[in-house]
Structures are given as C-alpha cells and as structure tokens.
Write a protein that binds this ligand. Structure first.
Ligand code: AMP
Ligand code: GLY
Length: 421
C-alpha cells in the first residue's frame, strides 16, 4: 500500500515511524516532511494547505491512503477535497474538524450535551465582552475562537489584564480572524491530562494517556509553547477517572457530533483538567497531539494502518487497541529563544547514536538538510528525544541521557519533564 502523510513536524515523524513498521506499507511519502522523516519516507515539496497540488499528487502516484497530521488543513477542509476525488483519507471532514477549529462551537456542543467543561460565555462584540468582565470572577480565561497555534489562550489575574486581553484578541486582532469571536471562561485548577482516541463516527477507542508540559521554562514558568516535553502514561489518570470520562465525556462527544450531523472520523484529542469537581474538558483537538504522539505511538502494539483504515471504513468496533506495559518520556530540544524569536541553520551532530535502537527515538520537528547535505536546525522545536522504559522513572533517565548525545548551537530544553511523577 502507498501511503501519504501530510505535515512535517515531530508528530508526523512519529506517524511515519509507526506506518513504516506496518508490513502493509510498501512506499511512504510525506508532504512536506523534514530531514528526519526523509530517512523513512520520500519527502514531497508540497505545503499542507496546497490541497489541489496534494490531491493531484495522490492521484498521479496512486496513493492508497492519506493521513492528515495537522490541524490547519483539517479545519480548512482537506479531507473533503480528497474525498471529492474518491481518495481514501484519514481525518475529520471540515464540518467535524470544527470541534477544534472553533472553541465557541465546542463549548456550545458541550453545554448542549451536558459534557463537563468550564462555565463560559462567548461574544462577537468587544463592548459586550468588556461589560461581562466587570461582573466576572478572577482569574478569568480568554480564548480566541479559532486556531492560534496553541497561543490564543490568555489567563488573566486582574480586570485590567482581562480588558487588555479582549482588546488584543478582538480589536488588535493579535490572532487574526481567530479573534472575531471570543470565549470567556471560568478558571479551573488541577492536573492536565491528554487523552487521544481513534473514532470512526460511532465507536471510540482510547490511546494510553499522556501529559504535556506546555510552558517554556522549568517549573512551568514562561510562555506557553506548542509543548516542551511529554510522558505516557499519566499516573494521575486512574481507573476511576477513566470510567468517569468514558461515561460522561468520550462516547457522549462522539454521539453529540453524530446527532449534530457532523460524524467525526479521525482522532479526537481530549485535553482534560482533573478538577476537584471531577474531570472537565479544557479543549478538543481534531488530530494527534504534538509532542503527545511521540510518546503514545511508540507504545502502541497495533498496526497503525489497520486502526486508521478501520476508522475510515466504520469498523473500529472490531479493533482492540493495545499498548505495551511500559512508559515513554519525550524531551523537546528547542532553539534558545523559542517561542518568541530564535536563530536557525545550526548543524546538528550526534544523530547517528539513535540508529538501530528500539527504545530510543529522535523525532525531528524543525530540521532540514542544507546544501552541503548536513542536517541543520530549522524551527523553534528542533527534535523530540523519546525513550521507552519499564516505568516512567527509567524512561525519564534514558531520555535525559539521550539528550546529551545530540549537539547544536543554542540548544535549549527543560530539565523537569516528568518530574511531577
Ligand atoms: P487550550 O488551548 O484551550 O488547551 O488552553 C491552553 C492551556 O491554557 C491549557 O493547557 C491550560 O493550561 C490553560 N487553560 C485553558 N483553559 C483553562 C481554564 N479554563 N482554566 C485554567 N487553565 C486553562
Ligand atoms: N501538545 C498539545 C497539542 O498538540 O495541541
């Protein structure tokens, strides 16, 4: 089977690695891919939002199955574009990807179907939003409605900050059209857990839990990033919590989307907060998490193509998802200055240490090959260093050891990934 993966970050490297393990994959393409993905797949210089070019490529090369890794093309309707040409593609259609694409939509869905989440109001008028803030309890959370690279969320401790935030989002358009609508929601406290799942429109199968570290600096200080590291499973995600979420969150979300005439096929990522009142949904994403995919997929026993095809065919009820009884930790090696500003183009050394090892992975997030054939840094998040271990402690020790194997100028990482364990 010929497979095309759309995207070019650490998540897509983890997806391509899983696909490469399948005995059914004869040839893998990745658009646009990166320098690490290039060792497993043929990278194609087409950008993820170039739907027409991707569809043409898939038809010309007779691609049997396309996997969309990223949120932007999903929310933009890439699955509809592929399906219109009779191509098999994994991911939600545009009318279902809205679960991630609009926070106002997802909050309204949760309210309508009694799925536990923070109390909220949404506004399209800045004046009304400001008036609401005068009576709201602090701290308060502001969210730009649309996609904003995980940066459209502001947690405000004072009324002044909140007012300035509404101005930034709705008037200054800091996140572009994503800020035409704003969601203002209650501030919650508790531990965060990411639970990813495969969905075929009716049936949902859960992947092992993970926890992300979103802040840039040790001790959860600094700015929010795309994710500085992650571990799986989360020891805080107990059997009781799992049972509660299955009953009140997971299947109810799938059923709600179906009832709304928006059957969801693909991955639903539940961002949960474990509050004193029980687990609540922080957000939904319509694709695998990055870096969560880098710890969850290496622990999955199933052939990823079998599972994804079952989603597309509506036969997921026949699939039993299985995970190794081990643990994984991923430490992101970033460029100094991420997520604000950073230099690129530094040569990366030591990548050969990962070759031929089964319990260490070096997932490339922002890398490319330069004219001299060297692999150089090409983004804020450069590499995701993942190690498997018998338990989280061992996986963490191994992952941090492996971060020393790799050298590049301006290398930056957090030193406390998984420390809360
Ligand atoms: P989101 O993109 O909605 O997941 O938000 C990004 C991050 O902001 C989350 O991972 C939380 O750390 C934080 N956050 C979002 N909503 C809330 C909330 N209602 N209460 C407290 N923290 C929140
Ligand atoms: N790591 C969070 C995300 O992928 O959205």
């Amino acid at each position: 089977m010929k497979v095309l993966v759309v995207g070019g970050g650490g998540r897509e490297h983890a997806i391509v690695t899983a696909v490469a393990k399948s005995t059914r994959a004869e040839k893998i393409y990745c658009a646009p891919g990166n320098a690490g993905i290039a060792s497993l797949a043929e990278c194609v210089p087409i950008q993820p939002m170039e739907f027409g070019k991707l569809v043409t490529f898939a038809k010309e090369r007779k691609i049997d199955f396309t996997i969309i890794g990223m949120d932007d093309p999903l929310v933009g309707g890439i699955v509809d574009a592929f399906e219109a040409e009779g191509l098999r593609v994994f991911g939600p259609r545009k009318n279902a990807a809205i679960l991630e694409g609009s926070k106002a939509f997802s909050k309204d869905l949760m309210k309508k179907y009694n799925i536990p989440t923070a109390a909220y109001e949404s506004f399209t008028d800045a004046k009304e939003a400001l008036a609401y803030l005068e009576r709201a309890k602090l701290p308060i959370v502001l969210k730009a409605d649309g996609l904003a690279l995980g940066k459209g969320v502001l947690i405000c401790n004072t009324l002044e900050e909140a007012k300035a935030g509404v101005k930034e989002i709705m008037e200054d358009k800091k996140f572009g059209n994503a800020g035409d609508t704003i969601v203002i929601e209650e501030f919650m406290t508790g531990r965060e857990v990411s639970v990813l799942s495969f969905v075929d429109g009716n049936t949902i199968r859960l992947l092992s839990s993970a926890q992300d570290h979103k802040r840039a600096k040790d001790g959860d200080e600094g700015l929010n990033t795309g994710g500085m590291g992650t571990f799986s499973p989360s020891p805080f995600y107990t059997k009781e919590i799992d049972e509660y979420c299955k009953k009140y969150i997971y299947q109810p979300t799938v059923d709600a989307m179906k009832k709304e005439g928006r059957p969801f096929v693909g991955v639903i990522f539940f961002g949960l907060m474990l509050t004193e009142e029980g687990p609540k949904v922080l957000e939904y994403n319509a694709r695998l998490g990055d870096p969560e995919a880098q710890v969850v997929l290496p622990r999955m026993k199933n052939d990823i193509l079998d599972v994804m095809e079952a989603c597309v065919d509506g036969t997921l009820h026949t699939v039993d998802l299985q995970f190794e009884e081990n643990a994984a930790v991923c430490v992101v090696l970033a460029s100094q200055g991420y997520p604000v500003s950073y230099e690129k183009g530094f040569v990366i050394e030591g990548l050969e240490h990962f070759e031929g090892r089964e319990d260490y992975f070096c997932f490339h997030a922002g890398t490319k090959q330069n004219e001299d054939g060297q692999i150089v840094t090409n983004g804020g998040r450069v590499l995701g260093i993942t190690a498997l271990g018998n338990d989280l402690m061992q996986a963490r020790t191994k992952a941090y050891d492996a971060t020393e194997w790799v050298k590049f100028a301006n290398k930056y990482m957090r030193h406390d990934i998984g420390n809360a364990i």
